[in-house]
Design a protein around this ligand. Sequence first.
Ligand code: HPA
Length: 275
Amino acid sequence: MTYQAIHQAKAAIAGATGRDEHRVAIVLGSGLSSYPGGLSGAVEVPYSEIPGFPVPKVEGHSGSLFSAEVDGVAVMVLAGRVHAYEGWDLTDVVLTVRTAVASGCSTIALTNAAGGLGADMAPGDLVLISDHLNLAARTPLMGPNDDRLGPRFPDMSDVYSKTLRDLARQAGEEVGIALTEGVYAWFLGPSYESPAEVRMAKVMGADLVGMSTVPEAIAARHMGAEVLGISLVTNMAAGISPTPLSHEEVTTSADEARDRFTSLIDALLPRLLAR
Ligand code: HPA
């Protein structure tokens, strides 16, 4: 079922973009979805025109795939994602990323907005995800395994490729953005964490908290793709932040970081595509 859905979506994307293969996919998180505006010659395909693709409804997430060529290599930008807290099955949540991998994307860059709890972190920081904690205790691999997609028991010792993190750091240096690293803890949401939950996550080794990314990273690794994760710290996590958290704070912070985020991705893309 999933296998068929992936291949139907892949065929629709190839038909709509005129490109049978893409090499790199970038998933844009909350408030970061204006990025494709700067991609020259991009072809937009609304998710609603790709069979099976889940259409996001949350404010700050649009739902379109953009296909473009950079230095002669095809890149797919997935602007908008859905979350488990909206009621979606994780199979649907990860269909976009699985389709990207099936379409030839051996590199998947996942971006998100996150709460920061690491020492020295501040809103506006861009942080490379070094590892994750699956505190939602759900996985997109639940159920029978389809061996055509990947193994029953995929290794998770190097989910967020060290090589890709090094490339991202180089791209950051080129454009004057210092990238730190941190462990991302996935909470189901949609309520923000309680201060006690944030303290728990900190004791467990987390530096970032958020409501996405982990299922997509697991699915991409299951299919053998390399994953890069980048969090934009939009706020300090609950109990650390002096003010109550709100979605407005998250989107306002993301808007403020837009130019830096865009220049980082612009510097990073050629490096990802050259591999
Ligand atoms: N918690 C969870 N998800 C988030 C946060 C947060 O503090 N900020 C942005 N996304």
